[in-house]
Design a binder for this molecule. Sequence first.
Ligand code: UDP
Ligand code: MN
Length: 575
Amino acid sequence: MKTVAKLFLVGISACLVIIYVVTMPATDSILITLRPTPEPKTDFIFPNPLDDGDVGHLDDNHIAVETKLQTEEDIYHDPYLNVKYRVDTSVVDSFNVKEYIDNAAHDADPMKLNSFDQNRSDNIGAFRFISDSRHWTCLNHKEDWSNLPATSVIMTFYNEARSALLRSVTSVLKRTPPHLLADIILVDDCSDDLDLGRLLRGLDPKIKVLRNIERQGLVRSRIYGALNAAGPILTFLDSHIECNVDWIEPLLYQLTQKPRGIVSPIIDPIKAEDLTYKVASSNIKGGFTWALHFTWVQLTAKEMEGRHESDPIVTPMIAGGLFSIEKEWFFESGGYDMNMDIWGGENFEISFKNWMCGGYLYILPCSRVGHIFRKKHPYTFPDGNGKTYSKNTKLVAEIWMDDYKELFYHNRASARYSEIGDTSPRLALREKLKCNNFQWYLDNIYPELEIPEHNDVTISFNDWCLDSFGKTDNEVGLYKCHGKGGNQSWQINKSKNWVTQEDVCLTVRNKILVMHRCQTGNMHQQFEMDEDSNTLYNSYGDICVNVLNFKSRVVGVGACNKDGVLTTKWKIAKV
Ligand code: UDP
Ligand code: MN
């Protein structure tokens, strides 16, 4: 009886195993090893904390299925909008450093493939000791680190050097206390080397690998990573970094104190030419130019007053590659702008948004992570580098910068013609989060940023615009306002009292007006713009810029009637 029961049980189990194997997704490794995948596929998906209910699922090929949008609002929160990636579930249970690095693509010129010295990187290998670059007072920290939340680390990469990616991951594994590391999500942005990310799963069971079916760029890749992250905190890192000692604790601690915001380590430079690890100053913050280029700027004298090197740096902008944020706040504040392609611009968006919509940005000098800074991108941009950057930054200018977008266009003229699609969902996000405007950001967060006076304006009378006709030393006249800027676009320089078009100035010459090269001290070029009466006054001749004959569109200078009857009232408007 007993043997019959045993046989029966064995038979049932065998059937179950066969049924199991047959119904498993048909990956070769599973059929060969007869082993189930290490984790059930559903474990990879954590719903967006803000979405209640069913937001999407993975099909049997582990491709996330697009979900129908219910309302316009869902656009910001729908994590599965056009998702195109696979979760790697092949069996990888061991790792060989030498094999992994030796089998990487190489070029005779070690700088060619990565814009940093790949041979040196290979020689360093999986891990090295680096100097502890923190100020010594960081070692005597007073914060209580005993109860910190765990983070997910998200690293996206495209054709990264194997040794650099391996070292990045190893430094996270070795320098993050295990209980603070929920998982490491590697997002392979469709690199040529299929094994680049996949094989790293052999390093540690905490590593998950997603691979995009098509190249997405870092913004969408990071979103996919974030959607699959298990930890309550997200930490985004580049794929050529080295975490320094105690790097994560200050970041996590700060987020427990003030959850809605972004914290960034100081980014120590690793030199592209020889991979030496350098120590970055703890007295600089992130800023930008009006062309929307990220810059590092010295802290102001006021900020330096009484400052200690380990104090948090309040920064207007983050560099963007390395930071931690609460997962809940990341999604609630709209994640990233999914319209941004390949690289660039996303750090402006997330920085402006955090400051303007109730968050904050700190750089914490007691957290240090090295990053290989390089002089150029080693990878291609399918639409071209300049075009992509213009598109991404135009999205920022149009959505976040209000009228200051004109300064951006003035400094990045090509962006006027970039196609950016529909900005209304993102503008609605700004409404929904009840954000402050850009003027508030400038006044409160970046007051020392110089605002150039070169605002482009039109100067018009009854819809007829002052027009230089594009010629110097020639008479200026009136032409029907066409709204395209160009020869009707003027800059009013209030410190010099010039009315200019680039480096040529509106100039009085024998009662007529001409354009002439700007000359400091030339009194014929100085006009005061009276904002009450809207007159243009030349004090040297005590004369005003007037329409002398509207019918024949003649402009010149004449007496200024103080009660404004004769003097032309100009309309000044932004182009
Ligand atoms: N990246 C990506 N897809 C792309 C372009 C870049 O995943 O199409 C990754 C890249 O591998 C790196 C991160 O995004 O880990 C930031 O890019 P990069 O290091 O070139 O930018 P930088 O540090 O120079 O600003
Ligand atoms: Mn980088």
